[in-house]
Design a protein around this ligand. Structure first.
Ligand code: GLU
Length: 507
């Protein structure tokens, strides 16, 4: 690759289902690198495997990227100078390259029928089409030129396979792993062009990375075993000088650390692995996503950035701009990153805490609407959000943490008050109603002072009436500072709640 080649990176998903968080991290690293280097970020849909195509999956990928704020510069949606960006629409592009490889002796036609291949597989359980057996199989390496020409003319179904060299080593540099080598004897003769005329992933990815002038190919480590095939293709097609730099990202591991985090682990351990809810179009089954679980996209992104990367300091909270400025391939680790859901929740909590009220409001309003709460006073809602947000891990916790700001408690934690109730306490609260009735616009500090003064007068320990007071206003032993609650809901509402609760506590 010439050194001054413009940075152009791509995310190249196959639309086969939900988008795994590892996929979103690949998008993120592509995006950060492109933004930092003033390059282009391309989304290319790799949909050449018709048997794996799933309806709705492409739109879902676009939606996920939009939710994350990782918008491609070029894609099937917005177009671009290298359109089309959907491989199924580029079908006619690939055959010529496969044919060229055959002509140059780097690939061959294989006419083996499905039943012939099945027979091989049942005879040799470890059957791999390759250097050990290709001279015995039904392909153009063994047939006469005339026979091959006649079969092609008759349109006899065939594929084109790469001819992997024998006793050779493919070596390349990965920007994370350094020099990586593969023994070609362990690589099989992969199909490049299928009988339906569609390219396989291997051919299409190389042709498109070349035609789209990709400078750096970021992808998950699970693609490393395919790399020797791709490197050989770059070489055989005569494009080696333009080959992108390889960046194989470390796996995201199960929380226990053994093996790649799968959707099944999420189901087993009760957390999402997909960015957004994914509905299987056939079964209708819904796999839940980070978005629907209540993650803010900024928190999700920040959490992903640190799965396999850090800036060398203890810093954990990064804005997108900071990530763009600080990201570096050198600091991506080689070893897998264990996924820690508690840590993911921590990020979300931190982001909700620091979010400004206005940005949380639309979602909070929809939560309130679901609960049939009409908000007449926006100022009041702002105050509630400000006081409650420190206590939320997810926005969905909002109702649980704040319902008492919008309605009287539906039930009381009577077990915490009734056994220790006394006439002295009834008297205290009746007097408190009187005192509160005489106050106007009191601050929470003043309410607290009055409360404590009354306790002293009545010779009752503050601690003994504080918890009942909270339960009167909130229903249970939770929520923000109780005098802040009283101040916010107002003294009229506070006294009303004391009266209602007294009946329940003493009844
Ligand atoms: N289509 C491959 C995938 O589904 C892309 C791998 C690559 O980036 O080369 O992930």
């Amino acid at each position: 690759m010439s050194e001054n080649k413009k940075v152009r990176v791509r995310f190249a998903p196959s639309p086969t289902g939900g988008l795994h968080l590892g996929g979103v991290r690949t998008v993120l690293f592509n995006y950060l690198f492109a933004r930092q280097q003033g390059g282009d970020f391309i989304l290319r849909i790799e949909d050449t495997d018709q048997s794996r195509y799933v309806d709705g999956a492409e739109q879902y990928i676009f939606d996920c990227l939009e939710w994350c704020g990782l918008i491609p510069d070029e894609s099937a949606k917005v177009g671009g100078p290298f359109a089309p960006y959907r491989q199924s629409e580029r079908k006619s592009t690939y055959r010529q390259y496969a044919e060229q490889l055959v002509q140059d002796g780097y690939a061959y036609y294989a006419f083996d029928s499905t039943s012939e291949l099945e027979a091989q597989r049942s005879q040799f359980p470890n059957f791999r089409y390759g250097h050990e057996n290709r001279h015995l199989l039904n392909n153009s390496l063994n047939l006469s030129a005339a026979e091959v020409a006649s079969r092609l003319q008759q349109n006899i179904p065939h594929v084109i396979r790469i001819k992997i060299p024998v006793d050779d080593t493919v070596t390349f540099t990965d920007l994370i792993r350094g020099e990586v080598s593969f023994d070609t004897n362990l690589v099989d003769d992969k199909v490049l062009l299928k009988a339906d005329g569609m390219p396989t992933y291997h051919l299409a990815v190389v042709v498109d990375d070349y035609l789209m002038k990709i400078s750096h190919a970021f992808r998950g480590e699970e693609w490393l075993p395919s790399a020797p095939i791709h490197i050989l293709l770059w070489e055989y097609l005569g494009w080696k000088a333009d080959m992108p730099k390889w960046v194989h990202l470390p796996l995201i591991l199960k929380p226990e650390g053994n093996g790649k985090l799968s959707k099944r682990d999420g189901d087993r351990l009760g957390f999402p692995v997909y960015a957004m809810n994914w509905t299987d179009p056939k079964s209708g089954d819904i796999t839940r996503g980070f978005r629907e679980m209540g993650f803010l996209p900024e928190a999700f992104i920040n959490m992903l950035a640190l799965l396999g990367w850090n800036d060398g300091t203890e810093q954990e909270i990064f804005t997108m701009d900071e990530l763009i400025a600080k990201f570096s391939i050198d600091r991506v680790s080689r070893s897998g990153a264990k996924f820690d859901f508690e840590k993911a929740k921590w990020f979300n909590h931190e982001y909700i805490k620091k979010a400004d009220t206005a940005s949380l409001k639309p979602q909070i309003l929809s939560i309130l609407k679901e609960k049939q709460i009409e908000i007449a006073d926006n100022y009041y809602l702002d105050k509630v959000i400000a006081i409650v947000k420190d206590r939320l891990t997810f926005l969905q916790d909002f109702w649980e943490q704040s319902s008492f700001f919008f309605q009287q408690p539906v039930e009381y934690d009577l077990n915490s008050v009734k056994p220790k109730w006394s006439d002295v306490k009834t008297d205290f609260f009746n007097s408190l109603i009187g005192i509160f009735a005489g106050l106007q616009n009191a601050s929470s500090a003043e309410l607290e002072a009055q409360f404590k003064k009354l306790a002293e007068e009545k010779a009752i320990k503050v601690g003994e009436v504080m918890l009942p007071f909270r339960i009167m206003l909130v229903g249970g032993k939770f929520g923000p500072a109780v005098f802040d609650i009283a101040q916010l809901i107002g003294l009229q509402e506070t006294t009303k709640r004391i009266e209602t609760a007294l009946k329940a506590f003493t009844g």
